[in-house]
Design a protein around this ligand. Structure first.
Ligand SMILES: Nc1ncnc2c1ncn2[C@@H]1O[C@H](COP(=O)(O)OP(=O)(O)OP(=O)(O)O)[C@@H](O)[C@H]1O
Ligand SMILES: [Mg+2]
Length: 387
C-alpha cells in the first residue's frame, strides 16, 4: 500500500464514534453567545485562548504554569523583556490571531497557510535541538527525524513532499458532510505522522485543528469558544499513546484515534457552552472574582461596590452618570473615577470610544480571581499548574 495516500475509514453506523459525530454535528453551526453580552463573551474567549496556548506549549515541555502566565498577562503592558518560554507562548497567541483573521469556510488551508503558521510559531526561538524553534521556518525539513518517545519513523525526505502534498489535498477536498469531522481527526494524526517540519509539528498540528474547525463552520469568531487541544493536554501520555497506535495506519486504529479525539472535542465544547450563561458567569465567576480581589486588596471597597453593581445589572455595563449611586456627584468627579478605574484596567468601554463601561477582567488583576473560580468550576485542567 502507498502510505502517502490518506483515506477515511468507514465507522460502523451503530458505533460510539458515529454517535459522537452526530452530537458534534448538532452543535456545529448553532449560534451560541446567547444571552451573554459580547464584551463579556470576548473576554472569556481571550481567557480560553490563553488556556489553549499554555496547554499546547506545556505539552511541548514549556514549564510555565498558569499562575505564572496569568501574572505575565497582567504585567504585559509594562515592556518587560521576554524570555524564550514567553516568546513561545506569545507566538502561539499570534498564531491563533492569524487563524481567526484568515479563516472562513472558503479558505484553502494550503502550503502557504501552513508555512505561515510554522513561521509564526517558531519566530525568535532558538532552533532545535537546543530550543523550540526551527532551522527552516516555514519550510519542510531537509533531513530525516525521529519523534521523541515514539517508535514511529516519519517519512523519509525522499517521499516527504509527496506525503505533504497529499495531506494538503486531503484537508481541502470536498468531503461529504458526515466525513468532515473525521477528516479533522485523521488530519491531526497524519500531520504528526508525516512530521513535515524539523520542529514545531505538534504545535502547528494543534493549531490546524482550530483552523479546520473554523473552516467547517464552528463559529468561533462570533459566539463560540472552542479549545480543541484541551483533550490532549489533560493527559499527554494518553495523547501520545493514541497517536502511536494510529501510526499503524490500520483502519481500526485510525478510527480509535478519531473516537478519542472527537469525544474529547465534544466534551470540551459542551463544557464551555455551559459556561456561556449569564447567571453562571455572574454568580460563579465574576462576583466571586471581585470578592477575591477585595480580600487581597487589589481593589478598594468603593471600586468593589461599583463593580458589583455593574455585574448585577442585566447588561453588565454602566454609564458614568450612574456613579451618583455611590455618592459621586459632580461630572468632574465622575469622570475622574471612571478614569482611575480605566487606568487600573478594571473598566473598559463596551465599544471603542464609547461612553458605556463594562468590567475588564481578561488582563487585569481581576484575572487572578476569574481563573481561580474557572478552576473551581472545572474549566482548567490540573496539567496547566503542575510543576
Ligand atoms: N507516535 C507518534 N506518532 C505521531 N506523532 C506523534 C507521536 N508521538 C508524538 N507525536 C507528535 O509529535 C509532536 C512532537 O513533535 P515536534 O517536536 O516537532 O513538535 P513541537 O511542537 O516542537 O513539540 P510538541 O508537539 O511536543 O509541542 C507531539 O506533540 C505529537 O503531536
Ligand atoms: Mg519540539
Amino acid at each position: 500500500m502507498n502510505k502517502a495516500i490518506i483515506k477515511i475509514p468507514e465507522p460502523s453506523f451503530g458505533s460510539k464514534l458515529t454517535t459522537i459525530i452526530l452530537d458534534l454535528e448538532k452543535i456545529r453551526t448553532r449560534f451560541l453567545m446567547g444571552e451573554i453580552p459580547p464584551y463579556i463573551f470576548f473576554q472569556l474567549k481571550e481567557i480560553f485562548q490563553m488556556l489553549e496556548t499554555l496547554g499546547s506549549a506545556r505539552i511541548e515541555g514549556n514549564n510555565t504554569t498558569l499562575y505564572e502566565y496569568v501574572e505575565k498577562v497582567i504585567e504585559s503592558g509594562s515592556n518587560i523583556k521576554i524570555d524564550e518560554k514567553q516568546q513561545e507562548l506569545h507566538n502561539l497567541e499570534k498564531a491563533i490571531e492569524f487563524i481567526e483573521k484568515n479563516t472562513n469556510s472558503d479558505t484553502k488551508i494550503d502550503r502557504a497557510y501552513i508555512s505561515e503558521l510554522h513561521k509564526i510559531v517558531t519566530k525568535n526561538l532558538t532552533p532545535t535541538p537546543k530550543g523550540e524553534g526551527s532551522k527552516f521556518p516555514g519550510e519542510l525539513r531537509k533531513h530525516n527525524v525521529k519523534i521523541a518517545k515514539s517508535n514511529h519513523t516519519p517519512p523519509d525526505i525522499s517521499v516527504l513532499q509527496e506525503h505533504f502534498d497529499n495531506f494538503i489535498e486531503f484537508i481541502n477536498k470536498n468531503h461529504p458532510e458526515q466525513y468532515q469531522l473525521l477528516m479533522v481527526a485523521i488530519a491531526h494524526h497524519r500531520f504528526a505522522y508525516i512530521h513535515p517540519f524539523d520542529n514545531g509539528n505538534g504545535r502547528v498540528g494543534r493549531l490546524l485543528n482550530y483552523a479546520l474547525l473554523i473552516k467547517l463552520g464552528f463559529k468561533v469568531q462570533n459566539g463560540r469558544i472552542i479549545n480543541p487541544s484541551a483533550v490532549f493536554y489533560s493527559n499527554r501520555d494518553q495523547y501520545y499513546e493514541k497517536l502511536a497506535k494510529a501510526d499503524s495506519l490500520k483502519d481500526s486504529d485510525i478510527l480509535e484515534w478519531s473516537e478519542y479525539f472527537l469525544l474529547g472535542l465534544k466534551n470540551e465544547i459542551e463544557k464551555i457552552d455551559s459556561l456561556l450563561k449569564k447567571d453562571f458567569v455572574r454568580n460563579k465567576i465574576l462576583l466571586p472574582a471581585i470578592d477575591f480581589a477585595l480580600e487581597r486588596e487589589n481593589i478598594t471597597e468603593k471600586e468593589y461596590n461599583i463593580l458589583k453593581y455593574l455585574i448585577k445589572k442585566d447588561e453588565m455595563a454602566i454609564k458614568a452618570e450612574e456613579l451618583e449611586k455611590f455618592g459621586i456627584q459632580t461630572s468632574l468627579q465622575k469622570s475622574r473615577v471612571v478614569r482611575r478605574l480605566r487606568d487600573k484596567n478594571i473598566l473598559q468601554p463596551t465599544k471603542p470610544g464609547g461612553r458605556i463601561y463594562t468590567i475588564r477582567f481578561a488582563n487585569s488583576y481581576l484575572l487572578r480571581g476569574v481563573i481561580h473560580f474557572l478552576e473551581k468550576e472545572g474549566f482548567v485542567s490540573d496539567f496547566l499548574n503542575k510543576n
